[in-house]
Design a protein around this ligand. Structure first.
Ligand code: NIG
Ligand code: FE
Length: 409
């Protein structure tokens, strides 16, 4: 039997433990272990502490030379990295002054990606998901949520969810699938039956049987589904045991109320949220997820992250990586930039892409470096954690460990 592996020493080790799920965080609260080490066996963390105190004849040692900062592998709690084609034309239109809704009406928008994704085979989608997730992994992201939502028919949604499942089986990254069959009303739907009724009665049971997802999402917005229209969809999803997450308050409010009413795990976007929605979320169990990549891609306001934290809310930060509103797909860059605009402490930014993001996916075994957690961690070549956000994503990891294996160096 192999001995446990002691990895280190790390100049600074940030376990992200002992911090609250909700509310503002100051950097003085951030636990830092100097010259830290992580003891790993069978892909899990056995112990975190001071490297020299953990050395013994019972452990093998993977020695790290030079200055390094180690923290939990990043969790990207909201992406759409299963898609076909590109929307570069939308981006150019938008920068020429057309709005998101005007572009959608002119044949661009989500429906354009639906058309392009339907043309791709399941194998092509698997290949694209793997190549996009490899890029995220290199940047330190070890867990990625991935939504369907560019299929918008039973068969096409299943193709996407099966592609995500297949990619997860061969990828080094953990992919967490979410059914987003209510991304918009499909333009080609035969009006004889209600689209959402078919999704509820036919798609949800197959997702359960094939174990394709444990989470259900919808876009609650004037251009997609109203709060009233979406209720039966979430009602049924909840009855069937799915976790609920909502694309909420992106352009108009209403979605966060739906999220709180259904005790959703997260309400994501929130760029249009006002004081009322901020208070509502802060008092709830629903995690608020900021998507700065969508603000950067669309050229619009950021989620009021500072206000959400000051009101006592829990804040996750995710990339929303998708071909339309958030084509960049660089979580650390986006989270760092959100920090500058919203005046977030380093601890708030790092919490938003580690343990608070893991909580938005209901994953208790990651986002923190502690005994029993997955041995997923990212290492940066510096002696000071402040350098990480300061370089706004340009300081790249020197190593990324996933399940106790050094997968990128
Ligand atoms: O999260 N807002 C809705 N859905 C995506 C955009 C998808 C797209 O434009 O293709 C989002 O921003
Ligand atoms: Fe999204």
């Amino acid at each position: 039997m192999n001995k446990p592996l002691l990895i280190g020493p790390f100049t600074q080790l940030l376990p992200m433990t002992g911090l609250p799920l909700k509310g503002a965080l100051q950097d003085e609260q951030l636990p830092i272990i100097k010259n830290g080490g992580i003891l790993v066996a069978d892909g899990k963390i056995l112990k975190v502490g001071v490297f020299d105190e953990m050395k013994s004849s019972d452990v093998d040692v993977h020695r790290i030379e030079g200055d390094h900062v180690c923290l939990p592998g990043f969790v990207d709690s909201h992406t759409h990295i299963c898609f076909g084609g590109t929307r570069a034309r939308d981006y150019a239109f938008r920068n020429a002054g057309k709005t998101y809704l005007e572009i959608a009406k002119a044949g661009g928008g989500i429906w354009d990606t639906v058309t392009q994704t339907r043309k791709a085979s399941q194998e092509e989608l698997v290949k694209d998901i793997i190549s996009r997730s490899k890029r995220h992994l290199k940047n330190g992201v070890t867990t990625i949520e991935v939504k369907s939502g560019y299929g918008l028919s039973i068969d096409e949604e299943l193709k996407m969810l099966r592609a995500i499942k297949q990619a997860n089986e061969t990828s080094n990254v953990t992919l967490v699938p979410t059914c987003l069959a209510a991304h918009m009303k499909p333009k080609d739907w035969n009006q004889d039956q209600e689209y959402l009724d078919v999704i509820i009665n036919e798609l949800f049971p197959i997702i359960n049987t094939e174990d394709l997802a444990h989470r259900v999402d919808a876009f609650v917005e004037e251009s997609a589904f109203s709060p009233e229209e979406i209720k039966p969809y979430f009602q049924k999803a909840k009855e069937m045991g799915f976790d609920i997450t909502v694309h909420a308050d992106q352009f108009t409010t209403g979605g966060s109320q739906v999220a709180v009413d259904f005790d959703a795990v997260s309400a994501d976007h929130l760029e249009a949220s006002t004081e009322k929605e901020i208070q509502l979320l802060a008092k709830s169990n629903t995690i608020a997820t900021a998507l700065p990549g969508a603000s950067l891609g669309l050229g619009c306001a950021y989620t009021p992250a500072r206000k959400i934290l000051d009101a006592g809310g829990a804040l996750s930060i995710a990339s929303d990586h998708n071909p339309g509103s958030a084509p960049m797909g660089d979580l650390l860059t986006q989270a760092s930039i959100l920090g500058t605009f919203e005046k977030l402490s380093n601890t708030e930014v790092l919490a938003g892409i580690t343990y608070r993001a893991a909580a938005a996916l209901r994953l208790k075994d990651r986002g923190k470096l502690e005994a029993g957690a997955q041995a997923d961690f990212v290492v940066f070549p510096t002696d000071n954690y402040q350098e990480i956000t300061y370089h706004q994503g340009q300081l790249k990891p020197s190593m990324v460990w996933k399940n106790g294996i050094n997968v990128c160096q």
